[in-house]
Design a protein around this ligand. Structure first.
Ligand code: FES
Length: 115
């Protein structure tokens, strides 16, 4: 189980439980199930509408998320990631704080999602 807190200046924070490790539960799906108004359109990692900022709450170390090629390209187009940062992500094997909610699979850790 992971606790996911959705935060937006226009809404009250909402913390929900996520079943981790199912490898099918995306952050967007979780948001929709819990009526959190995260924006979306294509739901296929193409349009960039669902971009969110994700940070680890329990700080147990780096988050085990890896960006797909598609996600990297969209985040780059949105100006959220530079090529330099992408190269660094690969080098350090570090996750990005910017993610596409429709592409990110929820893992077993508590996170804060700003949308
Ligand atoms: S909804 Fe289009 S990229 Fe996620």
């Amino acid at each position: 189980m992971a606790l996911v807190t959705f935060s937006n200046p226009d809404y009250k924070d909402k913390t929900v439980y996520a079943v981790a490790g199912s490898h099918t539960e995306t952050l967007l799906k979780l948001a929709k199930e819990n009526k959190v108004p995260v924006q979306f359109d294509c739901q296929d990692g193409e349009c960039g509408h669902c971009v969110v900022k994700v940070s680890s709450v329990d700080k147990k170390g780096p988050m085990g998320y890896h960006l797909t090629e598609k996600e990297q390209n969209v985040l780059k187009e949105l100006g959220k990631l530079t090529q330099e940062q992408i190269d660094k992500l690969h080098l350090d094997d570090m996750p990005s704080e910017w993610r596409l909610a429709c592409q990110m699979i929820v893992r077993d850790e508590d996170i804060l999602v700003e949308y």
